[in-house]
Ligand binder design. Structure first.
Ligand SMILES: Cc1ncc(COP(=O)(O)O)c(C=O)c1O
Length: 382
């Protein structure tokens, strides 16, 4: 089976993990955690990074550190992995689902502006103006754009809308390490950004996450929260309800080795996308996710729209090639039936209906890529 997207462990992983095992520093203390944090900080050009156990809790903590209060709204796209919405729920928030645009598959900014302009009101409380949803009377505190499949939307426009309506931004950049908008890295544009290092991401620690913030004080607060809110270096005093969400040294050791190879992983992902595009462009019924001129996407997960994604999925499966449908839109999940969904022509559903992700592992061989493309052409009948 040619898999969809697997980790590529071709650097110092063994060496660094051995160092942990030999020294006994396998748990939550040790050098590799700060080293991995620094490596990611350098890569994205933002000094404040906090490693944690996975991207889902990273998103939850970013919302909590950013001041989300129980019952407040967070706007998220309807087309995303359920972890985005789970994180809002775990932080005590109430997600508002918003449709995505047809071309780039990111949060639909026309719809967002229309919604905020027509379905909300502003009010001053304790000298601070906030935006409230007409239907619920509850404050909309955050917007959480997801850089879907590693692509990005118009972050200038999103930021100016967020500023106008006093919304903080947490970027769900879990899929977008290395993607940039006007040269600025995903995860560094909003108030917080979060990366994931699970098994299928562009670099992986098996499971892991990284929260990016703007100020040292925020990073300190996050470190405090993930470490059971321990208030004294030696005494077991704790000044709030904290979490055990720290990344362990062994995983950070893998992460550091992976970060050292990030450049070659990124180049390979982009090469794979380029080959797919050049070979499949113009074929009957196939379209691609568009990228804005200001965006350089990391091409984490190469995905096409086809007329019969299930048929193509089964055909490729029969030829030992793994593919994956896009996520069932959030509003379609029974756990989300009570949520508000803002849409005009339900693009997220169209994308779900037609989307299919193709194998794009960093370790994918040229001959495998040519084989996959050949099988897709055979299915289409060219
Ligand atoms: C869009 C999105 N959000 C959140 C997550 C959660 O990340 P993790 O699996 O590290 O918890 C993922 C990755 O799985 C994701 O793709």
């Amino acid at each position: 089976m040619i898999p969809l997207s697997t980790p590529h462990l071709a650097g110092n992983e063994w060496l660094y993990v051995k160092e942990c095992l030999d020294s006994g520093w396998i748990s939550s203390s040790g050098d590799f955690v700060p080293k991995f944090e620094s490596a990611i900080a350098e890569l994205i050009g933002c000094p404040h990074t906090v490693a944690c156990v996975n991207g889902t809790v990273g998103l939850q903590l970013a919302l909590q550190a950013g001041g989300l209060l129980s019952g407040e709204h967070v706007i998220i796209p309807n087309l995303t992995f359920v972890a985005t919405s789970n994180a809002v729920h775990h932080a005590g928030g109430d997600p508002i689902l918003m449709d995505v645009d047809k071309e780039c598959w990111q949060l639909d900014l026309d719809l967002l502006e229309d919604f905020l302009g027509n379905q909300t009101f502003q009010k001053e409380e304790n000298g601070k103006i906030s935006t409230f949803f007409n239907k619920t009377g509850k404050r909309i505190a955050f917007i959480m754009p997801v850089h879907v499949l590693g692509n990005m939307g118009d972050m200038d426009r999103l930021t100016s809308i967020a500023n106008k309506y006093h919304l903080k931004i947490v970027e769900d950049s879990t899929e977008a390490l290395g993607s940039t908008f006007k040269g600025k890295h995903a995860g560094t544009i909003g108030d917080f950004g979060v990366f994931s290092f699970n098994g299928n991401k562009i670099i992986s620690t098996g499971g892991g996450g990284m929260i990016v913030c703007r100020e040292k004080g925020e990073a300190d607060k996050l470190k405090h929260l993930i470490n059971q809110a321990k208030a004294h270096p030696e005494e077991y005093t704790h000044d709030e309800i904290g979490y055990n969400f720290r990344m362990v040294n062994v995983l950070a050791a893998i992460g550091l080795a992976q970060a050292e190879q990030f450049g070659s992983h990124l180049a390979k992902k982009r090469d794979i996308a380029k080959t797919y595009k050049s070979q499949l462009e113009g074929l009957k019924g196939i379209t691609f996710q568009k990228t804005l001129p200001k965006v350089e996407a990391n091409q984490w997960m190469f995905t096409v729209l086809v007329e019969d994604p299930l048929g193509l999925h089964n055909w490729l499966k029969n030829h030992n090639i793994q593919t994956r449908r896009l996520w069932v839109p959030m509003d379609q999940l029974s756990i989300h039936k009570h949520l508000h969904y803002i849409q005009s022509d339900n693009q997220s559903y169209q994308l779900y209906e037609n989307g299919l992700s193709l194998p794009c592992s960093v370790g994918l061989e040229e001959s495998q890529l040519i084989h996959i493309i050949g099988k897709i052409k055979e299915f289409i009948g060219v």
